[in-house]
Design a protein around this ligand. Sequence first.
Ligand code: PLP
Length: 395
Amino acid sequence: SSTVSRRVQRVRPSPTVALTGRVARLKAEGRDIISLGAGEPDFDTPAHLAAAGIQAIREGHTRYTPVDGTVEMKNAVIAKFRRDNRLEYQRQQILVSSGAKQILFNLIMALIDPGDEAVIPAPYWVSYPDMVMLAEGVPVTPLAGRDQGYKITPAQLEAAITPHTRLFILNSPNNPTGAAYTAAELRALGAVLARHPRIIICTDDIYEHIYWAREPFISLAQACPELYERIVTVNGVSKAYAMTGWRIGYCGGPAALITAMATIQGQSTSNPSSIAQKAAAAALNGDQACVREMNRHFRERHDLLVAGLNRLPGVSCLEGAGTFYAFANVERAIEMIGVADDTAFAEHLLATSGVAVVPGSGFGAPGHVRLSFACSMQTLEEALRRMGKTLGTGI
Ligand code: PLP
């Protein structure tokens, strides 16, 4: 009797979108709200990249491009993978899409048949399981808890795999936890995956350049070259270059799968914006100083926020290796305040202190909240002060 498909009814409303709506309403009522819900850098797109977009329009790069991306952009992606990740790809192994999100959607649609399973370690980015459900697949979400640094173990991965498993999605550095896998940890997961040749592996490296762990960032295909033929390496310009609105993501992977993904793109959105591809190629080919500069700010804010959170009663937060999110365990604070769960905790915090955070249950990890530090140091200091008042300290 419903007017929409069963497929779309499986999808849950995004917890971050719900929060954005509530914050907008409170602000409209005149409340002074600090939102730590943002999923994007607060910086403007660097001026030389904005200029590259303007120049693209002036020079008439305003038409359809090849569906899977321009030769110039694909060459920039190939050079990026070689420079940053020591990965070699041919042009037929590259796809450019309207954001990493569309890359992931194309991949899941190209791979998952009804009933196929995708292993997605929790805490996870909210879109992965919902995309799998849209494809009529089944998300399998083993929980990597705080005691294991929010990283899945090889034994957990092995236990989650069944004869129906088709896809494994890894996200490092991770949204929402900021955790990143070391080379040794990737190799240990790789040893499990090597025993299951039917599984395609997707590594979402979108936070590669927002990273400060001691060991340098390493991509899965670099750590496990024996799995190269089965890995789709996903990345994009949104987070590294503060280009979320330009909507350019890309990947490298097995040519046959890339072709299938391009077919889906060809019958849905066709090519990503010609103008944005020009600016994204300029980003990948140009001076990387802007990336390092933004990273320095994110790290400074991370240190301030995580230290401040750990001073709040009932709150405990592990250091992240990267991203612009802190994932705080608030189980004791939930008990102290006497609310039901992380969602009620976030509501309470918003109502009493005007600080908006995202409940962890949306990421598959109840008892936590995610706080974005894509905002100024002053904003973070004020947010910590207000949370301290609500949770009963005088800081
Ligand atoms: N992957 C992860 C883990 C993300 O957090 C996001 C954005 O929030 C994306 C992918 C999508 O990025 P975009 O579509 O802007 O490239």
